[in-house]
Design a protein around this ligand. Structure first.
Ligand SMILES: Cc1ncc(COP(=O)(O)O)c(C=O)c1O
Length: 379
């Protein structure tokens, strides 16, 4: 028998409570039964995004909300700044290019966070910039970008909109969208929301809605004004992912029971323990200066392709983590520790890592990584 453990940075594990909630018979979305569900979900999203503004829901993966954050805010020929420090930063630039937006890219060394000074420089160089796009957490490199500082820099130096991909940030780190002046934050269900993939979210500020008035890029399904109008009537424009929304209601209830501060503290502690565990095994962190909270990116030991590590973990030990993408393929591996994850999941991941490394010929003293992690977990 093989029991599977999911420690990849999305999809993340789904709690039994949420699975059971989603197993209830399907409801019609234009019915009195569905209305209170939608209302509770809308309220809960405002709570987790820490915003008074409406948070839009879409039946798509996170990229759908990213695309909408370009097409609903900008017009052909507009200028934008994209922070490119990994695969997902590249995605912002690709979406802009696809729609004829002129993207000025800040290329950040993979494994490092963007320096807010570089954002200031770019804004000075490109004063017509309408929006600045960046990640809270660059999942491909395991880097946490300084969201608060970036947002403050943009505000101080321009009128550009501040657009944060919080797909592996919202619900993991404290990201008070309104307090920090983030105009649009996007997120996805398969991350900290502890749901299967299929829902995307976007909080939209008053400034962003003003821009939406004149934005002329083509859109239909992801027309935010249409969706917003429907949401304000406690409806969705199109057929919503009913079962996922019922699951979301349950997941939000679980998050509320835990409370935001406890959730952020748990994630921070799990991240610290994972880093300590990896380092105790003699491994090097890929992003030591600004490691993400959602996941830890670890360099493969000299001479070992990290594809072998992820394969051994998955096929022999039943533990799914993620490898490196693009230029990092074979070079790093990534262990996730957010969403429905506790200290015992982190320890399981480290035990499995020790066993896998040993079987691949890397000198490991079994238990050393686990011990270092346990010490950080306050067990
Ligand atoms: C930071 C970040 N942005 C964007 C995405 C893309 O989201 P999706 O795969 O849900 O479209 C991901 C997914 O891993 C991500 O981690």
């Amino acid at each position: 028998m093989k029991k599977r453990y999911l420690l990849a940075p999305g999809p993340t594990p789904v709690p039994e409570r949420v699975l059971l909630a989603m197993a209830m018979p399907i409801l019609h979305h234009r019915s009195p039964e569905f209305e209170p569900i939608f209302q509770e979900v809308r309220d809960g999203l405002k709570w987790i995004f820490q915003t008074a503004n409406e948070v839009l829901l879409f039946a798509s993966s996170g990229t759908g909300a990213m695309e909408g954050a370009v097409t609903n805010l900008l017009s052909r020929g507009d200028e934008a700044i994209c922070v490119r420090g990994g695969k997902f930063g590249e995605r912002w630039a690709e979406i802009c290019k696809a729609y004829g937006v002129v993207a000025h890219n800040i290329d950040v060394t993979w494994g490092e966070a963007v320096d807010p000074a570089a954002v200031r420089e770019a804004l000075k160089k490109h004063p017509k910039t309408k929006a600045v796009y960046f990640q809270a957490c660059e999942t491909s490199t395991g880097v946490g970008h300084p969201v608060k500082e970036i947002a403050a820099t943009v505000r101080e130096n321009s009128d550009a909109l501040i657009i944060c991909d919080g797909i592996t940030g919202i619900g993991v780190n404290d990201l008070p969208v309104d307090d920090w002046g983030i105009d649009v934050a996007v997120a996805g269900s398969q991350k900290a929301f502890m749901l299967p993939p299929g829902l995307a979210f976007a909080s939209v500020s008053a400034r962003a809605w003003k821009s939406a008035e004149t934005a002329d890029l083509p859109k239909y399904y992801f027309n935010w004004k249409t969706e917003h109008g429907a949401h304000l009537k406690n409806q969705s424009a199109w057929t919503p992912a009913v079962s996922l929304m019922i699951g979301l209601r349950e997941a939000l209830r679980m998050m509320k029971e835990e409370t935001l501060p406890a959730m952020f503290e748990r994630h921070a502690r799990l991240a610290e323990a994972t880093r300590a565990g990896a380092q105790a095994l003699g491994l090097e962190l890929f992003a030591p200066k600004s490691p993400a909270t959602a996941l830890t990116a670890i360099k493969g030991p000299e001479g070992i392709d990290t594809g072998k590590i992820t394969k051994t973990l998955r096929d022999q030990l039943g533990v799914t983590i993620a490898g490196g993408q693009s230029q990092l393929k074979g070079k790093i591996f990534r262990i996730s520790h957010f969403g429905y994850v506790t200290r015992f999941d982190v320890l399981t991941g480290l035990v499995a890592l020790e066993i896998a490394l040993q079987s691949l010929g890397y000198p490991v003293k079994l238990g050393e990584g686990v011990k270092a992690a346990e010490e950080r977990l306050g067990l």
